[in-house]
Design a protein around this ligand. Structure first.
Ligand code: FEO
Length: 172
């Protein structure tokens, strides 16, 4: 049986992860409007990953005989000024999510919920990757994003990203 405080916090995290998917989906649409369909593809894959993150918490609550309680998702922004602004906002958002995951780890330790703590360790690592991905793209944009040719090549490369489900044991 899942600890009630953890259940409540994990339900909140389902909302946060689903909001992340919503945010990246909105960013993807904005990138399409900038005629950057490769970056838009990258963001849609990111949105898919976020729904997997939400599903991992969802599945954990169910497996431990808890109650999944879905709540309303906030509307994300619609417009950004540039591709750089999109990825700056994405990095800022991932840093916020890292903080949420760290708070969940603190709660799991405080409540001595080892199963929740084990699950969260995957997310601790995942957040390193999530922040790095956004920061790497900002770095690439700083090098090549100011010229039409450079941006074109980066966009072509981002078009190749495909969704890969997370490692065994963590799939939704
Ligand atoms: Fe679910 Fe991008 O963190």
């Amino acid at each position: 049986m899942i600890n009630k405080k953890i259940e409540q916090a994990f339900n909140k995290q389902i909302n946060a992860e689903t909001y992340s998917a919503y945010l990246y989906w909105s960013m993807s649409a904005a990138l399409e409007k900038m005629n950057l369909s490769g970056f838009a593809n990258w963001m849609r894959v990111q949105a898919q990953e976020e729904m997997v993150h939400a599903s991992i918490f969802y599945k954990h609550i169910i497996e431990r005989d808890g109650t999944v309680k879905l709540t309303a998702i906030d509307a994300p922004p619609v417009k950004w000024d540039s591709v750089k602004a999109v990825f700056e906002a994405a990095l800022k958002h991932e840093r916020l999510v890292t903080g949420l995951i760290n708070d969940l780890v603190d709660l799991a330790l405080q409540e001595k919920d080892h199963a929740a703590n084990m699950l969260l360790q995957w997310f601790v690592n995942e957040q390193i990757e999530e922040e790095k991905n956004a920061a790497d793209i900002l770095g690439q944009l700083a090098i090549a994003g100011d010229t039409a040719g450079g941006l074109y090549l980066l966009d072509k490369e981002k078009a190749t990203r495909v969704f890969t489900p997370p490692a065994a044991g963590q799939e939704a």
